[in-house]
Design a protein. Sequence first.
Length: 572
Amino acid sequence: MIARLFGIDVSGLDAAAFLSVARNVYPLAALAFLICFWRSRRPSWLLLGVLAANTFAWGITNYPLQRLYALGVGSDRVNNLAYVQIAAAGNSPLETWQVGQSHLGSGGRPHHVLWGLVVAALSGWAPERVFTVYAFLPLLMAWAVVLAFYFSLGRGGDASPWSGWERGLVAGGATLLSTAPLDFTGPYGGAWAMTFLLKPNHALGLAVFPVVLWAFARARGWGGRLLAALVLHLIGWAFVLHLAYAACGLALYALLSWVGGREERRRDVLDVLVGVGANVLIASPVVVSLVIGRLQRESDVFSTLPPGSSHALEATMRAGPVFLLGAWGAVVAYRRGDRMGRLFSTQVLAALILWLAYTGLSLVDMVEQPDEMNYWVRFLFGAAAGVGAWNLVQHAPRMWPGLPAEPSRLTAIAVLVALPWTLPYWWDPVRMDRYFKGSTIPLDEDLRATGEFLRNHTPARAVLAGDLPFARWAAALGGRRSLLSAVGTIPSDTQRRWIVMGTLFQAREADLVRAAAAPYEVTHLVVTPAVAARYGVSVRDLDARPYLRRVFTTGDPEREFLAIYEILPGGS
């Protein structure tokens, strides 16, 4: 499953031609669905259609691939896979691929903990099965977002004005309208692909978000407030930035309720104070750690907005009519006056305010992942566009008396009008996805074989030392930890680890090498030409050391190669 999604040989497939045919099939299939839907009176059919459209987009993108999507094309997929493989191999989900380092340490990423645990459980704690699970996780996360919006919005505690038809449009808008045809020309790419396909762990936070709205809308008394705080806390373990975005939306909800003089303003403010305040108390050590890590990191190109970016327009007018329809939908939801409507609309407004505030943060080099903020805005405005569309079609029969007034047929009209804007109608990953083309090329055979060796012929608790760039690949493909890595958070004891590394390669006394390896439980050495040059050793030299045994080699030991040595225990 590292190679092909469905186990079908696609090496001779013309990806561009295949995708062209798929784009022609989609509107025909959608029209056939609408013909059936026209006669239906159940909104669940709309929900099935939204799920099917997301499945279609996922399927046509993955079918032509000869490796796991984005694996080795950029760094995100390799890094993310490395974290989850460590947990799947039976290590603590708190641990990164650098042995002894925690995700909860300074500069760490606590949201990797929950994701690693989820993926490890789905794979049955088997690194080999992680590749199969990971290929389907984007689809599962897209479904989760659709289902979360559909079922959460209709259970707001009040006499809910959110009909099933509207909720189906909201779920469809959040996923299928979150990306516009020209997004690939901007600095951030399309929200759907960059979230579901590339970072399904972030999509998990998006799936929890509607549940947060549900919990706060239904909060009654202290029990309900604590439940809302717990669900809000969960979104932080899914993706910590989504927690920050949602908390800002909740604060705006409470502020507008108080300033507006609403009858239930005291309840609204107390709900938010308890929910957000409890999370501040619980998560403060982690938040402080993240802030310290961010302040210690030197400003770089990622600390400012992309040069030449028309920032105010990226998440707004670039979306075209979806943004305008979403803005209207947010107004409609707020005017209803129900708690769910006000919670939903203030989240949309808060997202827009945060996006505009990034302009000021960029001036002081304090922007944090503007791409994720961009995607958040686009998903929320896509969802709000579903509210706006439902409002417009409800009023359409008054303007055009000939139109049918049945909800199912009004919804069908809305879907038909929106069809050209939905993702599968125009999606062409050959041109629009920066990770697609590289993913149609098979993974390097030596790299694949090395990962297979590590999974099948080294202990699950093995720790490698040596080539730093290979460390994350050892984790991503083999589920094995390393002493040091070229990528990742710098351990607090880095200097000591470098001393251990030098001893392992340069010392010739077996007891000295074993003593150096023991604190970090290093079991294997990884040698490449770069390592050999750094420490003045060669394969022939290492082969002659009786306490080492070469167990794997790729390439030519005299030129380009990768060799793995086992450190033999005492008495061997």
